[in-house]
Design a protein around this ligand. Sequence first.
Ligand code: PGA
Length: 248
Amino acid sequence: MRSKLVAGNWKSNGSLVSNKSLLSALKECSIGPDVNVLVSPPFAYLSSVVEDLKGSRIEVGAQNCSAYNSGAFTGEVTAEMLKEVGVEWVIIGHSERRALFGERNEDVAAKVSKVLAAGLRPIVCVGETLDERENGRAETVCIEQLDGAMAEVKVDERWVIAYEPVWAIGTGKTASAEDAQAMHKVLRAHIRTVCGDVAEKVVILYGGSVKASNAEELFEQEDIDGALVGGASLKAEEFAAIVSAAGN
Ligand code: PGA
């Protein structure tokens, strides 16, 4: 049995004051024994969020990291640095990074390998655009991205995959539970083909307008092991309801 994971992605949002009140509400939320929860604030707040969450079951993730080791790489934050400040997870290859910051599959693979080498766990995002879905290319695109991500290191049980159809992110449109399940099944089958039985242990999250009202239906699907939550992770009540939909 895979445990469930609910991961909040704060994106480029937050402030010292708003983080404090969001976290103090989240610390009150009840988390089922088979559920893991993390929040991913912007880099600037990681240390203070780690500090704030000490003693709680909520872990901390980053939203990106460098594809390089430390050195003359202005503006980059290495996986080792993240580890040092208490981060345990790193989201890699989010569609916003791919679309807005030119991140390619090769960059994703290099970052994943740094994350794993630092002893952190990657949450690797894949997902098709609306155009790709309408042209019947959704599966091909997601599998290409997954293969690209494992160009350096093959998927093993440290990896988490997040299927995030680009057209569902921040739009209020969620993939139907059936469509999401179908893609999760394809991804798991592909991991089984390439990496073997470990596929059964790999957590695959759905992301894209997950909220309290649709989380339960998504989590009931056989291959959906939790969610990567953007907008709704900034609202304590919504996020707590998603966490509770993952199991009590
Ligand atoms: P959303 O974002 O929940 O706001 O759609 C999800 C994500 O981008 O990870």
